[in-house]
Ligand binder design. Sequence first.
Ligand SMILES: NC(=O)c1ccc[n+]([C@@H]2O[C@H](COP(=O)([O-])OP(=O)(O)OC[C@H]3O[C@@H](n4cnc5c(N)ncnc54)[C@H](O)[C@@H]3O)[C@@H](O)[C@H]2O)c1
Length: 289
Amino acid sequence: MTYPAPVDLPTKDLFRLDVSGGAGGVGTTVGKAILEIGGDVVFADMPPSPNPDTWKTIEDIAAASGTKAWYHQLNVTDADSIPQVFNTIREEIRFPLRGLVACAGISGECDACDYPAEVFRKIVDVNLTGTFLVTQAVAKEMHASKVTGSMVLIASMSGWVTNRGINTAPYNASKSAIHQLARSLAAEWGHPQNVFPGRTPGDANPNLEEERKAYPPIRVNTISPGHIATPIAGAAIQRGLVDQWKKQNMLGRISQPEEFRAPVLFLLAEGSSYMTGADLRVDGGHCAW
Ligand SMILES: NC(=O)c1ccc[n+]([C@@H]2O[C@H](COP(=O)([O-])OP(=O)(O)OC[C@H]3O[C@@H](n4cnc5c(N)ncnc54)[C@H](O)[C@@H]3O)[C@@H](O)[C@H]2O)c1
């Protein structure tokens, strides 16, 4: 059994989602874009409350678009508190969660020989484990609501190539892992029973005594941005590295957060209904050189 192509879904219902890392440069910008196009958005990030000026803009956009926005404090590495946050979110949202944009991420620069183990672990914890924990929570919501969904995990071109002039081994490794995480989750959540025709759920899942439940498919894709002018790149920008980076891509400049609106909307929407387990590189041609 496969799930039919969602050809009849109204366009206005395509973007119900959660943006983790929602107060960051990319998260705020794509969240606003989703509101503008007709989707409600739950922003989630570390600070107890959002920046008041940013939040005012978000609320103005939501009011003008007939959409709604919420903010929740969420530490993506805190496995115990994530279910509690989603219990609250479930009570307040108007429609089931249909999408996730996972933006939360940190970086850090240090020569590999000197990289402190605890800092390495922290970067992997936020970027990889944190992303996984949020996808897990959102998948459970989608399964419980019996809706199809689309998840967009913000990886990086640093998952494909190594940044020149900046030593960020754990960051780069964590972003490669995001690509593989997305492929793995896409495989598990894309097919209603995560089995291939001809195999029984019991064969595929020897540890399961009961037959695996069938759920509508969730697509999982990644976006791999090139350099973006946001706070995470702040230290490198201050050191003048941007002038070097500009020369390393085919467009001769680094990108702005706004340039990720369309790629995110495309992957969330049913226009990409046959895309899963894929990576969309949005890097000004950096990796193609
Ligand atoms: N800026 C770039 O050059 C660039 C390039 C490629 C990929 N990316 C990726 O894009 C994504 C968004 O980054 P950005 O450029 O908007 O940076 P940003 O620093 O503006 O945003 C990152 C957000 O993640 C949040 N965050 C950090 N730890 C968290 C935690 N434990 N729980 C919840 N939230 C947490 C931060 O509070 C922040 O709001 C990141 O995954 C980043 O790795 C950025």
